[in-house]
Design a protein around this ligand. Structure first.
Ligand SMILES: [Zn+2]
Length: 76
């Protein structure tokens, strides 16, 4: 029996397109976001979505259902 510590992920968005389609918040670990900002690499969200961190999420955007599901399971 072990205790697993999960770092609380930040929410970020997939901003790979410039259209006005609704965007989800994706949960991404903070360390990944920092790394992406420095290295210019893509991040992998909890749901498996891969995208570059370019902007902060807009308040009120819906949370990615897959990320939320994974995040909730990690919190237990
Ligand atoms: Zn997601």
């Amino acid at each position: 029996m072990s205790t697993q510590t999960i770092e609380r992920p930040d929410a970020t968005t997939d901003e790979t397109t410039d259209d006005d389609t609704p965007k989800y918040f994706h949960y991404v670990k903070k360390e990944r976001i920092a790394e992406s900002a420095v290295m210019g690499t893509h991040v992998v969200a909890l749901c498996g979505e891969v995208f570059p961190v370019t902007r902060s999420p807009k308040p009120g955007s819906p949370v990615c259902p897959e990320c939320k599901k994974v995040y909730d399971s990690l919190r237990k």
